[in-house]
Design a protein around this ligand. Structure first.
Ligand SMILES: [Fe+2]
Length: 247
């Protein structure tokens, strides 16, 4: 039986990332998928990229990566781009949007936000049609892969799983490691099954919630003076979105 970790939306929060990686190591898991938004918001987009690049099997691009890579006249984004630097920017540019694999006979697809783009935001309470469309092949996902049985994504920073009314398909959100907006706990997913196997077998998805040193993350943000530091601090402490920037 194999276990893989799926982490998302680290947003430059190193204390949260270190806590999650330590938990993953302690479980003996060595395959880590990363659903994007490694950068932005928190103190250390640069270190978050370096750490993830070292330990993650695949990193898909999130809306923050896409925004920072776009030519932009938003000074807030310039702050992050300057911290990230040219070499890491080139690395971000090379990241794929989507990643598909087999797990216990199920075709699993992972992306940041939806089947349409890194920007199209899909909440837990959308209609059947909207959630069902997440399983379709599009020009964004690529048309040639088998349609998925399981779709996992990030972006909304709120972990959930739907198995009802989706024609026996499974839709889940991995939550956010570094900027959770449901519980103020670093969140990620452990998927268990036979990795890379088309044969039906045990398959499970577990949501892991970890306390981490939120005050250290706040302190680091103050030290480097991230844009809108105090609103960010309240967001980490309360897990309530402050509504000022893209998630
Ligand atoms: Fe995000």
């Amino acid at each position: 039986m194999d276990k893989i970790a799926i982490i998302s939306d680290i947003h430059g929060n190193i204390p949260a990332l270190e806590t999650v990686l330590a938990d993953i190591r302690q479980r003996g898991i060595d395959i880590i998928y990363n659903l994007g938004d490694v950068v932005g918001k928190g103190a250390h987009s640069d270190l978050a990229i370096d750490l993830c690049r070292e330990v993650c099997h695949v990193i898909v691009q999130g809306n923050w990566e896409a925004e920072i890579l776009r030519v932009s006249d938003r000074p807030v984004l310039d702050w992050y781009a300057a911290q990230i630097g040219k070499e890491r920017m080139a690395y971000l540019r090379s990241l794929p949007y989507v990643c598909d694999f087999w797990m216990s006979g199920k075709r699993v697809r992972l992306f940041h936000a939806s089947q349409e783009s890194v920007y199209k935001r899909i909440y837990a309470w959308e209609t059947y049609e909207t959630h069902r469309a997440m399983f379709e092949n599009t020009s964004f996902t690529g048309m040639d892969e088998p349609a998925p049985d399981v779709v996992g994504y990030g972006d909304i920073h709120c972990a959930y799983m739907h198995t009802l009314y989706l024609d026996h398909k499974i839709l889940f959100n991995a939550g956010s490691a570094g900027n959770p907006l449901d519980l103020p706990l670093a969140t990620y997913v452990v998927m268990t099954g036979n990795f890379d196997s088309q044969k039906p077998g045990l398959f499970s998805i577990d949501f892991i919630r970890l306390p981490y040193d939120i005050e250290r993350a706040v302190e680091q943000a103050r030290q480097v003076r991230v844009p809108e530091t105090e609103a960010y601090a309240v967001e980490l402490q309360t897990a309530v979105y402050r509504g000022r920037q893209k998630k």
